[in-house]
Each structure stands twice: as structure tokens, then as C-alpha cells.
Design a protein around this ligand. Structure first.
Ligand code: MN3
Length: 207
């Protein structure tokens, strides 16, 4: 059957089941976050690119790296929904049911930059906690250096030429079902499911 969404953006496959991150990230949140919120960003991105077939073939990262070249009438919608698609695609990969910890050259770099692992985690947590309203907390590589920052809404560090290697969604939809207004509890629980192998591999590839 002919599908008009062939070649257009799609939800990435999850590497684990919806309940795999329990009890830290609950099944109901995963279902609605991935199945509804992320899907909506994908749908709206596809809609924003209707009429721009050349952009439809690009990797979403390419769209976000070159926002100044996006068509004016679709730019905001592409940044919001392309960012939503890209950031969430990363976010699912930044979590895993398999326990891991930072090691080797990546751990050395964390220590060199932030002092020790606990200090890094505290600074990163505070960045996510301090983000006013909806947004993200990130660990990025900026000109070869590790850096912590936050972004509003679905803005992505990649649009500022910074490479995200770890990121936490601090929109209420990421935690409200289980943690209600307790963003701090969500962030503390989230550390238990961080996929350090993914972050280390992005670090080694992009440093
Ligand atoms: Mn989200």
C-alpha cells in the first residue's frame, strides 16, 4: 500500500520495553512520552516539511545544525518539532535497564573538568532542576571541552554547534505521572538508569 509517510521522519525503535526502566521511570510515563509526545513531534515535523521535499530527505540533525537556512514560514515549527524529535531520540538512548558506570578516558575527562563524578552529577542535576519551565539539561562537547548547559523548550545544543552526549528531559510530561511536581526526585531516580556506555561512546567519537 502506498504510504505518504514513506521517507519521512518516524519514531525510532526503543531498545527496551516500556516497563524496563521501572521503578525509576514508570511504564505509563514511557508509553505516553514515547507513544504520544514524541510521536506528535514527529507528526508535526512531517507536517512542517510538507512542501519542502528537499528538506524531508535530510537527517534531522542537519536541519537543526543549519536553522538559519530554513524557510522563514516553517522555521519555528521545524526547530520546535525537529528539536523535539532529535532530543527525544537521544533521550531514549541515554537510558538503559542495564547498569553501567563511566570509566576509562571518559571518566578521566569528567574528573578533569568537574573534579569528580559526584560533583559532575550534582552540577548536572542542578542545571536540570534550575531550568525554569520546560526544557532540557545537557552534557555537551563544546570545541573539544565538556560543558553542562540547559536549553528551553525543545531547543537543542546541536543548533549552537555543541554536541550533546547526555541529556535529561525536564518537561513535566517526563515525570509528572509518577513524581508530580517533584522534579528533583525524578532527576535522582534518572541517574539509576543512565546509559553511560552510550555517553562514553559519543564522547570518544566527538571529542
Ligand atoms: Mn519529553
Amino acid at each position: 500500500m502506498y504510504n505518504i509517510f514513506d521517507n519521512m521522519y518516524q519514531l525510532p525503535k526503543l531498545d527496551y520495553q516500556f516497563d524496563a526502566l521501572e521503578p525509576f521511570i514508570d511504564k505509563a510515563t514511557m508509553e505516553v512520552h514515547y507513544g504520544k509526545h514524541h510521536q506528535t513531534y514527529v507528526n508535526n515535523l512531517n507536517e512542517a516539511l510538507t512542501g519542502y521535499p528537499l528538506l524531508q530527505n535530510k537527517d534531522v540533525e542537519e536541519l537543526l545544525k543549519n536553522t538559519s537556512s530554513l524557510p522563514e514560514d516553517a522555521k519555528t515549527k521545524i526547530i520546535n518539532n525537529g528539536g523535539g524529535h532529535y532530543n527525544h531520540s537521544l533521550y531514549w538512548k541515554f537510558m538503559s535497564p542495564n547498569k553501567s558506570s563511566p570509566e576509562g578516558e571518559f571518566l578521566d575527562a569528567l574528573k578533569n573538568t568537574f573534579g569528580d563524578l559526584d560533583t559532575f552529577k550534582e552540577k548536572f542535576s542542578n542545571m536540570g532542576l534550575g531550568q525554569f519551565g520546560s526544557g532540557w539539561g545537557w552534557l555537551v562537547i563544546n570545541s573539544g571541552k565538556l560543558e553542562i548547559l540547559s536549553t528551553s523548550n525543545q531547543n537543542s545544543p546541536i543548533s549552537e554547534n555543541k554536541i550533546p552526549i547526555l541529556g535529561i528531559d525536564v518537561w513535566e510530561h517526563a515525570y509528572y505521572l509518577k513524581y508530580q511536581n517533584r522534579r528533583s526526585d525524578y532527576i535522582q531516580a534518572w541517574w539509576k538508569v543512565v546509559n553511560w556506555n552510550q555517553t562514553a561512546s559519543l564522547f570518544l567519537k566527538n571529542r
